[in-house]
Design a protein around this ligand. Sequence first.
Ligand SMILES: Nc1ncnc2c1ncn2[C@@H]1O[C@H](COP(=O)(O)OP(=O)(O)OP(=O)(O)O)[C@@H](O)[C@H]1O
Ligand SMILES: [Mg+2]
Length: 481
Amino acid sequence: MNIRTKLLKPLEDLVIKFKHNFIFHSLKFRFLFWNVLISFVSILILLTIFFITVRYTLYSQFDSNLTYNAHEISSVLDHSNNPYSSSFLHFNNKNLIGYFTVVLNRNGSVIEESNKLKLNRSTITQILKSVETNPSMSIFTKDISGTYIRMIYMPIIHNSSLEGVLIVGNSIELIKETLNELLILMIFIAIFFLFVSFIVIFYFVHRLTDPLEEITSQIISITGFDLKQRLHIEDLNDEFRVLAVEFNKLFDRLEHTFDRERIFINDVAHEIKTPLSVISGESELTLSKELEADEYKRIIHTILKESRRIESVLNDILSIARLEYTNRNVKSEKIGLKEVCLDIAEDMKAISISKSLEFNFISKGTHFHVFGNKENIKKAISNICMNSLQYTDKGNITMKLYRKAGKIYIIIEDSGIGIAKEDIPNIFDRFYRGKNIGRKEGSGIGLSFSKSVIESSGGSINVESTIGKRTIFTVILPEFK
Ligand SMILES: Nc1ncnc2c1ncn2[C@@H]1O[C@H](COP(=O)(O)OP(=O)(O)OP(=O)(O)O)[C@@H](O)[C@H]1O
Ligand SMILES: [Mg+2]
């Protein structure tokens, strides 16, 4: 490591630390910094404009007085006498307190002088030179023995020839002092403003970001400890309220998902535990004593049945996992729903005949286009139809397809056993089976699959049922144009 890197390393570390320091990246800091900076720069610009205006006004006022007085003195000069009449000195002393006046002849000799302020030789030569080259009046400032004097010089022209130069001047110390005092006052005003704006902006930034910090700390405690907690929205009444409400909705969804996962794992464990204990019980029985051949047959039959049950549960779990995976990865496209329903109706009609039921399909209109995965949508609607066939012992099942207010409706109505009121909120949950199942085979995932697919296509599914009379499933899908 060379000496340069050695020296620069700590500095680089400091810069990196500074860059990564949260305080400097925090919204609060940035908001405060930029607001204070902008207000400070604005007040500086305003004060500078004010100062320049005051300075300009004072000097132009001073210059116009100087010019006026030079004209006054020039008008009382008596050109018939040389040296000029001293009347102007009298005039000068009487009317122009503080002003000094000098009259030079064309050779640069001082003819008249109003007070003790002496112009040195080099200034006189300079003035004469400029008057000779450009015989017009001009104003300039000169430091004479430590005092700033603003002077006007004016060529004295008589009968079109240059006779001499009139110089009138006055000290601008007062203006300089006034401007200095004004500058100091303005610096104090700027510092005071900086201080006040810092406090005011700091207060507002705090008020603005406090709810954000409060929300953040509540979110940390919720995600860290208890998903049942919610953000307190009582004291919020601005955009932060909207944010907090949305977060609460998110927590609702998360809690629901976690609860469902928990129930799902419980259900799976339960579904597998029962057949497994039957298998192990029967196996222990077989090993404990000698049995009749028929008894062995019965036990093996039971073991086979329970193994199949485990297999079917595992298959259901696999298909749920696949559904969740494919729902995220399936290819979605424009689907003609009428064709899909016709296919389903054909299959259902074949099954319904074997069950002595009647399956009808009625459709009003054409071109029922929706957006989604064709296979999944077909399976989702089939599941509902299959349920109607499974849970209906006599009568008929009707599937209707129609369009209403830009949406596509599929109604599946059966005259079956119906669903108990208390089961209705749960039948779309995984592994949930109603009280009405009797000895009917199934594992309770058909409707959860259907709901998931329909919702992923932007639709919804509802059920109405009267026990012992009928069940109506309504699927609503957005029309795809
Ligand atoms: N048309 C219907 N009539 C009466 N009950 C129904 C009907 N459709 C669904 N159900 C009830 O809803 C429950 C859930 O249905 P779901 O299709 O999810 O599962 P399942 O039919 O029991 O099993 P599987 O997953 O094999 O289809 C059923 O167990 C049943 O109690
Ligand atoms: Mg089913």
